[in-house]
Write a protein that binds this ligand. Structure first.
Ligand code: OFO
Length: 165
């Protein structure tokens, strides 16, 4: 069965959303490079790469289903942040937005009986639970560290060890 047109359009939009998330995490990595917090920077860099793989999962799915892939421009991400806590708050908010996007996609796929799309999206639903949990854990730690440079350096070291999230 050909990929439903409305679903194909929504999946293309989601490729763009994932790439925008990737670009935003890269901007966050750049912010941390500027703050001399290399552990945070590499953690966000790793997460940026991960979002790229999410985009490619959808890209590959559309291709396999014989749909048309249409790439759009990626909006400029925010490049300045008030503090590490601000970055973590915004990244958690972004993950919540993505969860909403995946839920909406699932709802559409359900509505038009796109069963294989629902199956593909199940992976994303599970992934979003992990990601929201991960970002809220790091946010809690960043809040606990507050503006104390020593605490931030300890958290930075922890994030450097975690490597790619
Ligand atoms: Fe971090 O989210 Fe993609 O899907």
């Amino acid at each position: 069965m050909n990929l439903h047109q409305k679903v194909a359009e929504a999946l293309n939009k989601q490729i763009n959303n994932e790439l925008h998330a990737s670009y935003t995490y890269l901007a966050m990595a750049a912010y941390f490079e500027g703050q001399d917090l290399p552990g945070f920077a590499s953690w966000f860099r790793g997460h940026s790469a991960e979002e790229g793989t999410h985009a490619m999962r959808i890209f590959d799915f559309i291709a396999k289903r014989g749909g048309r892939i249409e790439l759009e421009g990626i909006n400029k991400p925010q490049t300045d942040y008030a503090s590490p806590v601000d970055v973590l708050e915004q990244s958690l908010a972004q993950e919540k937005t993505v969860t909403g996007q995946i839920n909406a996609l699932f709802e559409l796929a359900h509505e038009v009986k796109e069963y294989s799309t629902q199956n593909m999206l199940n992976w994303f639903l599970a992934e979003q639970i992990e990601e929201e949990d991960l970002f809220s854990t790091i946010l809690d730690k960043a809040r606990a560290a507050s503006d104390d440079r020593w605490n931030l350096l300890l958290l930075d070291k922890e994030l450097a060890q975690r490597g790619e999230a």
